[in-house]
Design a protein around this ligand. Structure first.
Ligand code: ATP
Ligand code: MG
Length: 414
């Protein structure tokens, strides 16, 4: 008999159409990878849920901590495991169900069983009524007023009869990470600054099944140990478990900034930094077969994020640019950062490459033509190439519950 069983439910929404098998196998694979190193005995897929059976030495806390970061999971539950094949399986189920719900507060309930092993002698309707009746009796003994309600009950006590020596009972649902199973949507490239916003933006797109690579631009007068690179690395490490692996590109940006400072009008500097970042990221994205770029821009948050400025900046590239936080408030973004564990990392002091050479009066409303003109004294293509040539690449992988750096080529000088 398994020592621990966790039942995982997913939303049906993404199963519409012919994608069912594809999404389910991705979810199955992600769970397997997430639980790597734990004593998983088997993962069953009886119909519309997954049953994960653990053997000797399994820790509930560890398993739960891993499953929490698997997208595509709507909710999950730690099941009570009872032996099958005694004198009276229905009575065993009744007692286990009572143990399971007794401590819960509810005024209406239902019992729902799934018999994926058809050799079990009782049909599910029989299990439901028998266990339901037992619960009603026990509730009455305790003087509690709860009653059966099949349509939208406050508490659902679920029973699973999988093939094998055990019966499962669970009633306490834990909300999962939601979203679509990881790595089902295609690739994207995120401009990751080290601040709060871009990490949250990345997480939102990962949640919809995108597999992200990250580009971080560093430099701009950092003294040793002050650089933003360690913050970017820690953010990537924090985000990787949700998508299992990721690349981080580190681009030294100071030489490019100096060129912009030397050759373009001061008021447009920030916008031109952003344009150069997008161009370099687009180049990286194309070579990695990404289908879109992501930034953490939020409408009106700073001068460079007015609608006109975002349009003027975005005009520098052809690849679709996604700004998943465009309509979010800073407070919502901070709360999200807290929830996904990037808040404390982004809150670390670091030397952002942008404040240096900051204009005194940044343009609030530019246009693509104005920015084109502002760049006319620079060799834009040469600067893009310079960024690409000097970048370092790191690769991270999530395995056995840890994030490890698996490779890095060309030494990061930060
Ligand atoms: P964040 O909190 O993500 O840094 P922000 O509110 O500070 O965002 P900006 O600094 O104007 O806003 O940056 C807007 C977006 O441009 C960021 O969300 C990020 O996607 C990108 N970006 C800015 N600086 C960098 C950087 N050094 N490296 C990579 N991307 C950057
Ligand atoms: Mg920033």
């Amino acid at each position: 008999m398994p020592k621990l069983v966790i039942v995982v439910h997913y939303h049906e929404i993404w199963l519409k159409g012919g994608n069912r098998r594809f999404f389910l196998s991705k979810l199955h694979m992600a769970l397997k990878r997430a639980l790597d190193g734990l004593p998983v005995e088997r993962i069953l897929r009886p119909g519309d849920r997954l049953l994960i059976e653990f053997g000797e030495g399994a820790s509930v806390e560890e398993a739960v901590a891993r499953i929490e970061r698997v997208f595509g999971v709507a909710f999950y539950a730690v099941a009570r495991v009872v032996p099958r094949g005694g004198d009276d399986d229905l009575a065993t189920l009744g007692r286990a169900a009572w143990e399971e719900v007794r401590g819960e507060k509810f005024s209406t309930f239902a019992v729902r069983s799934k018999r994926s092993d058809k050799s079990f002698p009782h049909p599910s309707t029989k299990i439901d009524t028998s266990v339901g009746q037992y619960l009603v009796d026990q509730l009455r003994v305790e003087g509690r007023a709860a009653r059966v309600k099949l349509n939208d009950p406050e508490l659902t006590c679920r029973i699973e009869i999988p093939p094998g020596p055990s019966l499962l009972v669970y009633a306490r649902k834990i909300p999962g990470a939601g979203g679509l199973p990881p790595n089902t949507a295609g690739r994207m490239t995120c401009l990751l600054s080290g601040g709060f916003d871009s990490a949250v933006a990345a997480h939102k797109m990962m949640k919809r099944g995108a597999h992200l690579s990250f580009v971080h631009f560093w430099g701009g007068g950092a003294r040793p140990g002050e650089s933003s690179v360690h913050v970017a690395r820690n953010l990537v490490r924090q985000l990787v478990p949700w998508q299992l692996s990721a690349k981080l590109y580190l681009v030294p940006f100071e030489p490019i900034q100096r060129e912009i400072v030397a050759r373009a009008p001061e008021e447009f500097r920030i916008l031109l930094y952003r344009r150069m970042m997008l161009r370099i990221a687009e180049r990286i994205a194309r070579s990695g077969r990404s289908l879109g770029l992501i930034t953490g821009d939020s409408l009106g948050q700073v001068a460079s994020q007015t609608l006109r400025n975002m349009a003027a900046v975005g005009d520098a590239i052809r690849m679709p640019l996604y700004r998943p936080l465009a309509g979010d408030d800073k407070l919502e973004i901070m709360a999200a950062a807290e929830k996904i564990g990037t808040y404390a990392i982004s809150a670390e002091p670091f030397h952002d490459c942008c404040p240096i050479f900051l204009p005194r009066n940044p343009a609030l409303h530019s246009s693509p033509e104005e920015l084109d003109r502002a760049e006319s004294a620079m060799d834009v293509e040469a600067l893009v190439r310079q960024g690409i040539e000097n970048m370092a690449t790191e690769r991270y992988r999530y395995s056995a519950g840890r994030v490890e750096k698996v490779e890095s080529f060309k030494s990061a000088t930060a």
